[in-house]
Design a protein around this ligand. Structure first.
Ligand code: AMP
Ligand code: MN
Ligand code: MN
Ligand code: MN
Length: 278
């Protein structure tokens, strides 16, 4: 039996709903052998996650998922096996979290223009970590107030790219994010590449730039990928000489497709990103 390795998940320190120790317990209960907590732009949950994993006998890899702007679009870069105390990484992430609060004020203004008042305070009521606010917190508020029927509809109507309350944001460059991850002795991995709406030329530019900067891998297996996308990014990883990762992108119970440890195994013939750690 091969190991069940899940290197992408979220806690209530970013836009997940469970605290880090409960994500650890759920990963263990789902049969995960090695787990990474990789909260958006935040490392404050890693100490609790590591302690909980140790107590359970669950392997733990400290992670983070960094928001990056490349070719005018937002992408996510995982930093895996990072030192969570590295100062450059933490200064960079703190800057992103400040931008998130600035963006939140603008999102609330745009929602006011849609006739929805008090969204900033409403979103804050769903925030667990006072240092991090996400569009998901707005989505939970909009759902609670009956402005939409699901979180997905909150994005489709208001918060998603190009929608009425969408605020374009300039996140750090790919170069900065990869440099912070490498300074923290981690490996940089492009999260769920199949979710980005790039042209083939832009994808080539992304993978070329990432390779040149010292990026290590692609998240080939993700709950955000169809089976065909898993196969496609397996071939891309081989063509570029990237290592491959596997992650559920778990955020909350009740999403069977994105349950901890439940995405497909890594396709054969790839070099796993975890080969030096596990
Ligand atoms: P943020 O990082 O604050 O911009 O929020 C992005 C997060 O929203 C993602 O990490 C997902 O967890 C969640 N999300 C859910 N549905 C969507 C969607 N349709 N578009 C973008 N993000 C979504
Ligand atoms: Mn998220
Ligand atoms: Mn992501
Ligand atoms: Mn994620």
């Amino acid at each position: 039996m091969s190991l069940n390795i899940d290197l992408h998940s979220h806690s209530s320190c970013s836009d997940g709903v469970l605290p880090p120790a409960q994500v650890a317990a759920r990963a263990h209960a789902q049969g995960v052998d090695w787990w990474s907590l990789s909260d958006h732009d935040e490392t404050s949950g890693l100490a609790e996650a590591a302690a909980a994993a140790r107590a359970l006998g669950l392997g733990f890899i400290p992670g983070v998922e960094i928001s990056v702007t490349f070719c005018e679009r937002t992408i996510h870069v995982l930093g895996l096996h990072i030192d969570p105390d590295q100062p450059d990484l933490n200064a960079g992430l703190a800057g992103i979290r400040r931008s998130r609060f600035e963006r939140a004020g603008e999102i609330a203004e745009r929602l006011r223009d849609c006739g929805i008042d008090g969204a900033y305070e409403g979103a804050l009521r769903h925030v667990d970590n006072p240092d991090l606010i996400s569009r998901v917190h707005f989505a939970r508020h909009l759902l609670e107030q009956g402005h939409c029927k699901s979180l997905q509809q909150a994005f489709d109507r208001y918060l998603g790219e190009g929608k009425r309350a969408f605020v374009p944001t300039r996140w750090p460059s790919l170069e900065s994010a990869v440099a912070w991850i490498r300074a923290a002795s981690g490996k940089a991995v492009i999260a769920h590449p199949g979710r980005y709406r790039y042209t083939p030329l832009q994808f080539d530019a992304l993978f070329d730039a990432f390779k040149a900067l010292g990026g290590s891998g692609l998240e080939v297996v993700s709950s955000g990928h169809t089976p065909a996308q898993c196969d496609h990014y397996a071939r891309v990883a081989q063509a570029y000489g990237f290592e491959a990762s596997r992650g559920s992108d778990f955020h909350a119970p009740g999403t069977p497709r994105a349950e901890l440890g439940r995405v497909p195994p890594l396709p054969d013939g790839l070099v796993p990103v975890w080969r030096d750690w596990i």
